[in-house]
Design a protein. Structure first.
Length: 499
């Protein structure tokens, strides 16, 4: 994969071997985009990757997770088959078979990333990168050493006027005894088989998504979390609906539990997790989904003077760190840890450094998000909780219904959709909800695709009155968003004023 390095001498002496205009550390979502665009704008670019081309999203994140999500949907479709007249027997899911298929797709994608970079003229270096001090005449030296996937590589030093740190983030393990017995999401993607039961710790994105995957693949699944509800920062009514769907999907929810210790079960091959209130839960495996931390270890950032704050690299709006010539993008800045954000940052930085400036100004305030549970929760803009907290006037439109697709197999579970609209007062003082659409939320099938489109309305400040001009496309789930007529309630000065 790494033609650039194959011709290097096996001499371990770190001499300045090649010079570039830009060195990008980390070939993930942000780094690859930044390197490709900078090279296309005429810069001489090197990219260093210690593990997988394409980074977390392609190898240990969004893509394999979405393949698992699809795998679960296939199982549901097979289960619905008899009700629709198909003669099917529900087979057992085979994790090893699925893993082989998934790995083939990821391997192909890794190859595509290498070709994209090479075709753009970027020099690829496989190894562990660290800042190695200033370069004579300005800029920085970067040392590329052995890494777990390139253990034999000699140390190379390359130099450039500018360095972009795009090293992403890594899973965090809680500092509790036995934490090493638990898996992280990285290991779930690479494990050869899945235990018959799984306990997931932590109910953020990864905890909720993997609970849906395990339960959907027939694994007995429990989810234990510290707070009263899953997913912090989302609209609480939507979270409530998601929790109903999680329970219907067979995920046992254990709120209010703080893990304190994990140990091997005395009987069998399972693990017992102990919680602060004395509760003990046993399962074949434990997934620790308790957050991620910026990947800054070993980069020598402190000795270069790069300012960190709670482990993340501090940058300004131009992605500049505290040290001239060193920039940072993506998860390592812990800004908004999503692939499209890292990609947009990489593109904007390359266009700023080697072009006339960013071609487009992205809106980082209304970022569409989806949590890919079996019925995903998707959202853009403000939640009803935020509308209540900000003291303004809002109209809340909702629609709750059983999707048509579920009627034949009589599968339980209701979709929920919500529009949050700025409200004004008519001359008689009554609230009227026809202003800007500031929040759109949905729990249900296809919600990520529907919310992606509705994000256009929020980002471009479309009004509810404009949305009302759109005819429905029938029969679809999405049509509910253009057929909501009367608000369920208004919010004014932090209070619900009509229901
Ligand atoms: C399980 C999971 C599911 C996710 N699902 C989604 C989703 O559905 N949608 C979404 O938008 N986001 C999702 N994310 C988040 C998304 O993957 C990240 O926000 C995104 O990958 C960040 O891109 P990045 O370029 O900042 O870093 P990364 O993609 O993490 O890339 C950083 C790269 O730097 C390399 N690196 C680190 N240190 C060094 C070093 N010293 N030398 C050389 N190389 C180094 C790493 O090996 C890695 O390849 C998910 C994340 C996880 C973990
Ligand atoms: N669909 C997506 O877009 C997607 C999917 C996965 C991950 N991501 C990105 O990756 C990031 C990381 O995901 P994540 O799920 O690892 O993190 P998260 O921050 O979303 O959730 C972490 C969970 O761990 C819990 N936790 C933290 N410390 C704990 C402790 N000491 N004891 C018990 N529980 C504790 C938190 O309360 C929370 O429930 C996300 O914030 C998101 O930006 C996005």
């Amino acid at each position: 994969m790494n033609g650039t390095l194959s011709s290097q001498a096996a001499d371990a002496t770190p001499t300045l071997e090649r010079e570039f205009d830009l060195i990008v550390i980390g070939a993930g979502s942000g780094g690859v985009r930044c390197a490709r665009i900078a090279a296309s704008l005429g810069a001489r670019v090197a990219i260093v990757e210690r593990a997988h081309w394409g980074g977390t999203c392609v190898n240990l994140g969004c893509v394999p997770k979405k393949l698992m999500f699809y795998g679960v949907q296939v199982g549901k479709a097979i289960a619905d088959g008899p009700a629709y007249g198909w003669d099917v027997t529900l087979p057992q899911h085979s994790w090893p078979d699925f893993k082989r298929s998934k790995d083939r797709v990821i391997e192909r994608l890794d190859g595509i990333y290498v070709r994209l970079l090479e075709n753009a003229g970027v020099a690829l270096f496989r190894g562990d990168a660290a800042l190695a001090g200033p370069r004579a005449g300005g800029g920085w030296r970067v040392e590329v050493g052995p890494s777990p996937l390139a253990p034999e590589r000699p140390v190379t030093v390359i130099g450039a006027a500018r360095v972009v740190v795009a090293t992403g983030s890594s899973p965090t393990r809680l500092a509790i005894p036995g934490a090493d017995l638990a898996l992280t999401s990285d290991q779930v993607f690479t494990m050869d088989d899945c235990p018959a039961s799984m306990l997931v710790l932590g109910a953020g994105y990864i905890g909720v998504e993997f609970s849906g995957v395990f339960a959907g693949f027939g694994v007995k699944t429990s989810l234990a979390f510290r707070r009263d509800h899953v997913l912090r920062g989302f609209d609480s009514q939507m979270v409530g609906r998601l929790e109903e769907l999680m329970a219907q999907a067979g995920v046992t929810l254990y709120p209010g539990l703080e893990p304190v210790r994990i140990e091997r079960a005395s009987s069998g091959a399972g693990l017992v997790t102990h919680f602060a209130n004395g509760t003990e839960l046993e399962a074949g495996g434990v997934l620790m989904a308790t957050g991620r931390h910026p990947a800054v270890a070993g980069l020598n950032l402190e000795s270069a003077g790069v300012a960190l704050e709670r482990g993340r690299i501090v940058t300004n709006a131009r992605f500049e760190t505290s040290v001239p010539g060193i920039y940072a993008i993506g998860d390592v800045t812990n800004h908004i840890n999503l692939t499209p954000v890292a990609v947009a940052e990489g593109q904007m930085l390359a266009e700023t450094l080697y072009g006339p400036g960013p071609r487009d100004q992205r809106d980082f305030k209304a970022v569409p998000k989806a949590v890919f549970f079996q019925e995903p929760l998707s959202t853009v803009g403000i939640s009803e909780d935020e509308a209540l907290a900000d003291g303004g006037n809002y109209a809340i439109f909702t629609s709750s219904f059983t999707p048509l697709s579920q009627s034949v197999p009589q599968r339980p579970g209701q979709a929920l959709m919500k529009l949050i609209v700025k409200a004004g007062r008519s001359p008689d003082g009554a609230l009227a909800g026809s202003g800007a659409i500031v929040g759109v939320h949905m729990v249900g099938e296809d919600s990520p695709d529907i919310i992606q489109v509705m994000a256009m309305a929020v980002v471009n400040q479309m009004t509810k009155a404009q949305l009302d001009r759109v005819l429905a496309l029938h029969p679809t789930m999405a049509e509910e968003f253009v057929t909501m007529r009367a608000p369920q309630r208004f919010i004014s000065a932090g209070k619900v004023v009509a229901d």
